[in-house]
Structure formats: C-alpha cells, structure tokens
Design a protein around this ligand. Structure first.
Ligand code: ATP
Ligand code: MG
Length: 453
C-alpha cells in the first residue's frame, strides 16, 4: 500500500533532529512517530517524542555507543538514547505477535518496514511518522482523520480491541483530551467490548482514566460512554437519572457531577474529587414530608466510597488521601470571616483549603441559580485567605511565637497538660481572642496553668 505524504514546517528539538540524522547517516530509516506527530499536526507542542527506526536495538547501540544507550525496554526493541543530554526512546520497527490475554502480545518481532510498524498502532491519528525533513508518512489515512477530528482504529476495531482492551480507554482518553469524534464502528465496538476492560491491570486503567478526567471534553465522554465506565466504576451506576427533588438542584446526581467537572481546574485530584463528591448520594436519599429530597451524611459516605475506589485502582496515596478529604469536606461551610478562615487553615492547611475552594466553587456552580450568592461568599473567603497568608497569621503550632521550652520555663512539666495548654493557646489565637506575641502568650499560659492547679 502506498502512503500519503504531506509536508510540515516544524522545527524538531535539536536532540531529536540530531538523532534522526545520525541514524539515517548510517543508512537506517528513522522517524518521530505516534502522539508527537499527531500533536504537531493539531498545533500542540508534544510533551515527548518517540522515535521509530529500521535499526535493530544492537544497531542503535552500535551507532550511538553503549555509553549513551540504556536498554530500557530491549525485549520490545526500545533503547533509550541520550542525545544532546536528553533521553529519547528509540524503538525498532516491530510487529506485535498474537495477543493471548487482551493485554500483552505474547511476542514481538522486528521488521525493516515502517508500514508494518504503523499497522500495529492503535488509532490512525497515532499511526503517522515524521522524518527529519518534515515529511509526514501516512499509511492509514491518519492525516485525513485528523483533519476531520475523527478517531478510528487502524484496521478492524473488533480485532484491535480484542488484542488490547486498553485501546478502548485510550481512545476515550483522546476524545476527552482533544474533543475527537469517534468513528461509528470504532465507537460501537468500544461499547461491545467494554467487559474486556476487566482483564486489564488496574494500574493501566487508572493511568488512562486519570488522564481522561483531566480532558477538556471529559464530561461529554463520561456521559456518552457511561456504561463503559461502569465496568471498572460500578459505583457510578446509581447516579445516572437519580433525581434530587431539591430546589437547589436542576440536574440529577450524574448530570450535576458532569456539570461540576467542567467547572473545576484540570488536575487529577480536583477532577477525581468532583467526580466522586456525590457518589454516595443515592444511598443517603430521603424524601421529606414536604416533598424535598435530603441526602444526610452523603459527604462521609461518598468519601468512604472514593477511598475504596482509589485503593482498588491503586491510585497513589497522596492523591487518594487528598481526594478523600475534599469529598468529605465538600459541604463544610467556608464563611467569609477571618475567624473561619483561620479555623479552616488550622484544620486543613493552606494547600487543601485552596483545593476545597475549587471543589466548592465547581459544586455550587452546577447547582440551580438559587445558589449563586454562595459563589460570591467563596470569593470573599478567598480574599481573606490571601490576606491571612500574606500577613502570616498564625494557624499552626509551628508559627506560634512560643514553643514547648518556653512553657517548661514557666514551670509547666512536659507532658499531656503542657500539650493541652499549647492547644488552648493556639485555639485562642485562631479565635482572635489572643495575640500571637510572646509576652501575651506567656502571661496567658501562666494564667491557664495556675487556674488548673
Ligand atoms: P500521549 O500524548 O498521551 O503520550 P501517545 O499516543 O503518544 O499519547 P503513548 O502511550 O506515548 O501515547 O504511545 C505512543 C504511541 O505508541 C501511540 O501514539 C501509538 O502509536 C502507540 N501505542 C501506544 N499504546 C498502544 C496500544 N495499547 N496499542 C497500540 N498502539 C499503541
Ligand atoms: Mg506519547
């Protein structure tokens, strides 16, 4: 089959250009391939560049020298070459063998044909190669699909998704990131093969899913392909269509969640927190005699569920802990008064208070217009928060103007009592009834200590 060829005017990074030229100087073919070419053609700067070559791994090592080569994935033909001080993955053209378990080819074999290499790739838009002179080599009509913003498997979708079910999730991830439409047969097959996602390792699922939820178009993908996501997130199933019977809400639980997703900044922590913030609502529903729905205790129930989900998907501890906290706290009031700002800072720390503000803002923005005044309250809270940080107001032991030794100096013996006096002092500082200044703190400590004698 002949390939389509177009030209792009794009300056490759020096280390990539040198690497391609060096390989071709030794008589091998070498191209940038995959995501980087796709990104260049849609005007996005690639985050990393993968290089594919006709040279066998040992030939790559012979060209660049052992000192500059790391056999990072040699069994799959990948050598990491340090070019101009930058590590670049260079992979030999290859054909994947049969897939026995819808996730790993049981063997790979090398080939000298670029065409064969690109045919093993997942989507036509990821099957493009770019040479150092700017020629795009296109065996699968990827350029045309990219122009139409269409995601289509290379070859028969049934076969390609059976070989590796992760491609279903990768496809949805690309749609969520770039707003690609999914070609009809590819889309239908994603849904038909959805259950094979349970054959994948949770690590691979989470890696793709966490990128997917950060996509600009994640809400429409989550809506359109809902049943695919229920395969590894069965907990979301009751959310769809769950009416809230509450004047503050115009959406069911799922649509409210999707709306809120679009309002929150695109980080994994924030997006996951918003995705799960109301996941426990269906379980907590009670219809009052007045016909109004209530969901008492849902933040806690949702937090327990989020914790279980993120453990199951093996998300890293830091992400999980922050998400769980944000879900649990999403309904706590953030009153726009300094005392409340200091309390929340003492309770959660600055970073998490700022994240909580984002979650609450997104949540409230996805309520009915009746809740709009609460958004301006959050802005006022944020202004006070900035002020508290700027003035370095005290909200933790470490920023108190005295320490344990000062208290011992007053004759208070080290131990539980000393700890509780310190806690009381901090509380009074936070409440604004005590100045964070050494003399006042010592006087107050002495008074508390004497009172308790
Ligand atoms: P990103 O921009 O997120 O890195 P990407 O398409 O570059 O997206 P990578 O995981 O870096 O994704 O993969 C590089 C290339 O390898 C892809 O563009 C595609 O050609 C091929 N590829 C990756 N994973 C698969 C897969 N599961 N099946 C077939 N081809 C794949
Ligand atoms: Mg990539």
């Amino acid at each position: 089959m002949t390939s389509g060829m177009i030209h792009v005017d794009y300056k490759l990074p020096k280390e990539i250009e040198m690497l391609l030229r060096r390989l071709s100087g030794h008589g091998y073919e070498a191209y940038v391939v995959g995501g980087a070419v796709r990104d260049i053609l849609i005007g996005k700067t690639p985050e990393d560049y993968d290089v594919t070559t006709s040279a066998l791994p040992e030939e790559v090592i012979a060209v660049f020298g052992e000192k500059y080569c790391h056999p990072t994935g040699i069994a799959h033909g990948t050598v990491t070459v340090v070019s101009e001080g930058v590590p670049v993955e260079v992979t030999t053209f290859r054909i994947d063998g049969d897939y026995m378990d819808s996730r790993h080819p049981d063997h790979v074999s090398f080939t000298r044909s670029l065409e064969e290499d690109v045919k093993r790739r997942d989507f036509t838009i990821n099957a493009l190669a770019l040479s150092s002179d700017g020629t795009v080599i296109d065996y699968c009509r990827g350029v045309e699909d990219l122009r139409k913003r269409l995601l289509r498997t290379v070859g028969d979708p049934k076969q390609r998704f059976s070989e590796d079910a992760l491609r279903i999730l990768r496809g949805l991830r690309f749609a969520a990131e770039h707003g690609f439409k999914i070609e009809k047969e590819t889309s239908a097959m994603m849904i038909r093969k959805k259950d094979s996602l349970s054959d994948l390792s949770v690590e691979r699922i989470w890696k793709e899913f966490s990128k997917l939820i950060c996509g600009t178009y994640c809400a429409s993908v989550l809506r359109r392909y809902f049943e695919i996501f229920t395969v590894f997130l069965p907990e979301i199933a009751p959310m769809r269509g769950f009416e809230q019977h509450n004047p503050h809400h115009i959406y069911d639980v799922w649509e409210h969640t999707l709306a809120a997703m679009t309002y929150v900044p695109a980080t994994v922590t924030l997006r996951a927190a918003v995705l799960f913030h109301d996941i426990g609502k269906p379980q907590c529903f009670e219809l009052g005699e007045d016909g109004v729905g209530h969901f008492r205790g849902h933040p806690k129930v949702s937090a327990v569920m989020a914790d279980a989900i993120l453990r199951r998907l093996k998300a890293d501890n830091d992400t999980r802990e922050t998400v769980v906290l944000l879900v649990k706290a999403h309904d706590v009031p953030l009153e726009p008064v300094m005392k409340s700002v200091r309390r929340r800072l003492a309770q959660y720390g600055e970073e998490r208070v700022r994240l909580l503000l984002e979650v609450k803002r997104a949540d409230i923005s996805a309520h009915s217009a009746r809740s709009a005044y609460r958004i301006s309250e959050l802005s006022r809270f944020e202004t006070l928060l900035d002020q508290a940080i700027k003035e370095q107001l005290c909200f933790s032991y470490s920023s108190m103007d005295i320490n344990g030794k000062d208290l011992i100096g007053l004759g208070i013996p080290p131990g539980v009592r000393l700890g509780s006096i310190k806690k009381q002092l901090l509380n009074e500082i936070i409440e604004g009834t005590l100045k964070n200044e050494k003399t006042s703190l010592l006087q107050r400590a002495e008074a508390i200590w004497k009172d308790s004698q």
